[in-house]
Design a protein around this ligand. Structure first.
Ligand code: ADE
Ligand code: ZN
Length: 324
């Protein structure tokens, strides 16, 4: 089955590019930029990656991004991820970046987006991997800060397929960003939002009804509201589920308890994704293998995750047909 999984064509729809920063590259960039890290070695960094909830991860994740200074740093980060996609047989990827994590440190919006964008284009040219870029607002920051970020994005609209909402879900419900998401949609951007990762099922409903999202990122808490789960199945609202992330952040105690297969069997459009692979122990193939080891899905079910991701992707119908 491992061979089947390695060879299975994959589509990733939930990946924070800053969360693909491996400790080795973090140290390389720290040295290149004359910056110190809180860790004395790669091993020490990896052994610090133990989390008890989302916030305990976010604190370490934002600190890691401090080594990203130049356009070349953002390029190198993204290129390393594209090579991983190639190794994992990922045909298409839709990645997030968090501009506020960088602009709040004095790094220009353009520096971040230029580096990321050029690596994505090179990935398409040299590796044949298509991609899209989604800019996320940090939900622990203010609505005003999100509007300022949207303003900075305006010269780059042709490089962005949509906007998303990430960071601390508890205490920062979707309604806080209703107006900024409305403006993003008026600019022609699609919308997605993290909801129902740690937060209640009502955040999923609100992301759909108030933010008019095309996909829910995570969404696994929908099973606490069976009526909602039924509605998600009927509407085929995609959920970008991240199995290893959910275990590392203690959303489920162990992979055998994960609800992704139940959701698939109920007809929901669930997909498999890696979220922050450098912190959670693996990329796309690793996530599929972890699911396989704990839940023994059939080959048909594994392939259905890819079909669902193609259905949920923001690519042309022509590219969808090519990937199906
Ligand atoms: N930012 C990076 N990873 C995240 C996650 N799993 N949830 C919310 N915000 C994030
Ligand atoms: Zn995420």
């Amino acid at each position: 089955m491992e061979k089947f999984i390695r060879c299975l064509p994959k589509v990733e729809l939930h990946l924070h590019i800053e969360g693909s920063l491996e400790p080795e590259l973090m140290f390389e960039l720290a040295e290149r930029n004359g910056i110190s890290t809180p860790y004395s070695s790669v091993d020490e960094a990896r052994s610090a990656y133990h989390f008890h909830n989302l916030q305990s991860f976010l604190d370490i994740y934002y600190q890691g991004a401090n080594v990203l200074i130049t356009e070349r740093d953002f390029f190198d980060l993204t290129w390393a991820y594209m090579l991983r996609c190639k190794a994992d047989n990922v045909m298409h990827t839709e990645i997030f970046f968090d501009p506020q994590t960088h602009t709040d440190r004095g790094i220009a919006f353009d520096t971040a987006i230029n580096g990321i964008y050029h690596a994505l284009r090179q990935g398409e040219k040299e590796l044949g991997i298509t991609s899209q870029l989604i800019m996320c607002f940090l939900r622990h920051l203010s609505e005003d800060a999100a509007f300022e970020t949207l303003e900075k994005a305006k010269p780059h609209l042709n490089r962005l397929v949509g906007v998303g909402l990430d960071s601390s879900e508890l205490g920062h419900p979707p309604e806080k960003f209703q107006r900024v998401f409305a403006e993003a949609r008026a600019l022609g951007l699609k919308t997605v939002a993290h909801a129902g990762e740690e937060g209640p099922p009502s955040n999923i409903r609100d992301a759909i009804n108030l933010l008019h999202v095309s996909r829910i990122d995570h969404g696994v808490k929908c099973s606490e509201d069976p009526e909602l789960a039924k509605e998600l199945a009927i509407s085929r609202m995609p959920l970008t589920v991240c199995p290893l992330s959910n275990i590392k952040l203690r959303v489920f105690d162990k992979m055998a308890d994960h609800n992704i297969l139940n959701l698939l069997n109920q007809g929901l459009c669930v997909t498999v994704n890696s979220d922050d692979p450098a912190f959670f122990g693996g990329y796309m193939t690793d996530n599929f293998i972890a699911l396989n080891n704990a839940l023994s899905p059939s080959p048909q079910q594994l392939a259905q995750f890819t079909r669902n991701a193609i259905e949920a992707s923001f690519v042309s119908e022509e590219r969808k047909k090519e990937m199906m």
